[in-house]
Design a protein around this ligand. Structure first.
Ligand SMILES: Cc1cc2nc3c(=O)[nH]c(=O)nc-3n(C[C@H](O)[C@H](O)[C@H](O)COP(=O)(O)O)c2cc1C
Length: 178
């Protein structure tokens, strides 16, 4: 039976290389992995616990999209050695109410196209948090692409075939776990 994956980009930039990685993943997905791109991250309001009793429609859509899938695939840059605000905010929405949250028990796989570090700090931080929440992380092969915007286009193409190989291998690893 095919497995379903929701994919998000942690960058709102029109020419985002991480959006490119999401599109590349969709193009390279193995037959048994159905990957869909949720593109409305930037429309989520800032997390506010007061909204929990009656969350806005966009929050319900985001939570339902995560709940309905077997896994979450995240391609995101590193900002100041951590996750971007838009990504952290989106993660906070799907990790409440604790114990009944949309991301509960999901498999998560994070890749990054960033600046000099390749996103290693962002991946370490986010993986640490989600690991503590009990998520299964698929982290290999390591996909931390330094200066990725020079080689990855927002349409999912790249001048570097090694990046396509890494994404293909990561998707195979994800499929083996879900
Ligand atoms: C506010 C800000 C902070 C950044 N901090 C880091 C950083 O800590 N480490 C890093 O490797 N790159 C850093 N970068 C570079 C971005 O990760 C890089 O430009 C990346 O390609 C942006 O992703 P995108 O192409 O998907 O928009 C930073 C960029 C911005 C705008």
């Amino acid at each position: 039976m095919p497995r379903s994956v929701l994919a998000i980009s942690g960058s709102l930039r029109h020419n985002s290389s991480n959006t490119g990685l999401v599109r590349m993943a969709i193009r390279l997905a193995p037959a048994d992995l159905v990957i869909e791109h949720w593109t409305r991250l930037g429309e989520l309001p800032f997390y506010n616990e007061d909204l929990e009793s009656d969350p806005p429609a966009i929050v319900r859509e985001w939570r339902d999209a995560v709940s309905a899938r077997d896994a979450l695939f995240v391609a995101a840059p590193e900002y100041n050695f951590g996750p971007t605000g838009v990504l952290k905010n989106a993660i906070d929405w799907v990790t409440r109410p604790l114990g009944q949250h949309a991301l509960r028990g999901k498999v998560v796989s994070i890749v990054s196209s960033a600046g000099g570090t390749g996103g290693s700090h962002m991946i370490e931080q986010l993986s640490g948090s989600l690991g503590l929440l009990g998520n299964t992380m698929v982290a290999e092969p390591v996909v931390q692409i330094a200066k990725g915007a020079e080689r990855i286009n927002a349409d999912g193409t790249t001048t570097d075939p090694q990046i396509e190989d890494l994404i293909s291998q990561r998707l195979a690893a994800l499929l083996a776990v879900v």
